[in-house]
Design a protein around this ligand. Structure first.
Ligand SMILES: Cc1cc2nc3c(=O)[nH]c(=O)nc-3n(C[C@H](O)[C@H](O)[C@H](O)COP(=O)(O)O)c2cc1C
Length: 225
């Protein structure tokens, strides 16, 4: 279940979900949408993050809670989120990244702005954000506690792209733009391609991939912190 709102609204939704007869397997709180006018994404702001985490700590009981994160461009942003998450044991996963706000594209043939139907500005996703998303996932893996799983998102259009996220420490991947382009059959194709890559490399689980990559990734982490 994906939710967003003020701290109080989010808390109310979590309490209702905890009490519901059909409970969601997990709750994603979207603190990163770049398209809500007058509301900067809360995950960029330390005070707001602290306030959300205090509220979530009081409301969440047993359902795992995750945060959808905006793209981060400099190191302090990763620490703002990591510090807030460290104070809230209910947070069990993050999804990185949401779109980059204020993208624009011009269709030269039709002479119109073409990125977003509501245009002219829109969230940028797909191949254009893949590299930034990979960097965000590795940096988050370095600063977040190990109880927090990472779902990698941004430009997953193939088994190779999915493998890159797993190599950076993600435990799963999410697909948006390519789902829009290809439809639901995209999941079976990407899964098939990923399995082929893993077989070729002799990996039988995602943990195998993490073990291979984290040997080299972790020392860099400790050095930088
Ligand atoms: C059509 C479309 C709708 C989206 N709607 C949401 C949304 O409601 N909430 C959200 O957190 N992210 C939303 N996203 C962002 C995606 O979940 C994802 O974070 C981003 O597009 C990067 O992944 P991608 O490169 O696979 O598109 C949307 C993306 C697309 C393309």
């Amino acid at each position: 279940m994906s939710i967003t709102g003020t701290e109080d609204e989010v808390a109310q939704m979590i309490v209702r979900a905890e009490a519901a007869s059909t409970r969601p397997a997990a709750i994603e709180i979207n603190l990163s949408c770049p398209n809500i006018s007058g509301h900067p994404p809360p995950c960029y702001d330390a005070a707001q993050m602290t306030s959300y985490m205090t509220t979530v700590s009081a409301a969440a009981k047993t359902i795992p809670v995750g945060l959808k994160l905006a793209p981060f461009l400099y190191d302090q942003q990763f620490h703002v989120v990591a510090n807030a998450i460290r104070s809230c044991s209910a947070i069990r996963f993050v999804i990185a990244i949401n779109t980059i706000g204020n993208g624009l594209m011009v269709d030269v043939d039709k002479d119109v702005f073409s990125l977003s139907p509501g245009g002219p500005f829109g969230g940028l996703g797909g191949k254009a954000v893949h590299s930034l998303a990979l960097g965000n996932v590795l940096r988050l893996r370095q600063v977040l506690p190990s109880r927090v799983d990472i779902i990698g998102c941004g430009g997953v259009d193939s088994g190779e792209a999915a493998y890159r996220f797993l190599a950076c420490g993600a435990s799963a991947v999410e697909v948006a733009t390519q789902l829009l382009i290809e439809g639901p059959s995209v999941f079976a194709r990407i899964n098939r391609e990923l399995m082929q890559i893993m077989q070729r490399k002799g990996f039988s689980s995602i943990q195998d991939i993490h073990r291979r990559w984290h040997k080299s990734a972790q020392p860099a982490l400790t050095a930088r912190l």
